[in-house]
Design a binder for this molecule. Sequence first.
Ligand SMILES: [Zn+2]
Length: 151
Amino acid sequence: MTVNQPITAHFDPRVLLDQAHQARERAYAPYSHYKVGAALLGRSGRIYTGCNVENAVYPLSTCAERTAVVKAVSEGEREFVAIAVVTENGGTPCGACRQTLREFAEDLVILIGDATGHYRQTTLRQLLPESFSAADLAPVFPEPPCPIRHL
Ligand SMILES: [Zn+2]
C-alpha cells in the first residue's frame, strides 16, 4: 500500500493492526494502566495512529481512537475506510469514540485486536446502530438559526 493510492474496501488488516499495536506502546495510561492503540485508514491510503493519553484530571483523558481522528482531520483527511483498535483484552471502542467516528463515516470497518495478536472484524454500523448524525439536524435547522447572519 502506498500513500498516494486512494483505496476503498481493500486493505491488509495485518498492516493496520500492526500500526495499532505499535501505537499502543506509546499509550500514556498511568492511571488506568489500560493501554490502547488505534490505526485509522483514510480513503487517501494514509494511516493515522493514536494512543490513549490520560490526565490527572480524569475527564481530560483522550482515547486512542479520538486521537487518531483528530490527527487525521487536522491533516486534511475526512473520509475513512477502517480503524484497528488494540487493547490488552480486545475491548471495543467506547461510546464517545463510536460517535466521533460516526461524524466522518456512516459505516467503517473496525478491527478489534488484543495483545496476543488475535482480532475480530465488525463495523461501526454494528457497534452504533440507529446513530445520530448531521442529517438529523437538517429538519431542525433548515437555515442558519442566527438572525444576524445577514450582517
Ligand atoms: Zn473512546
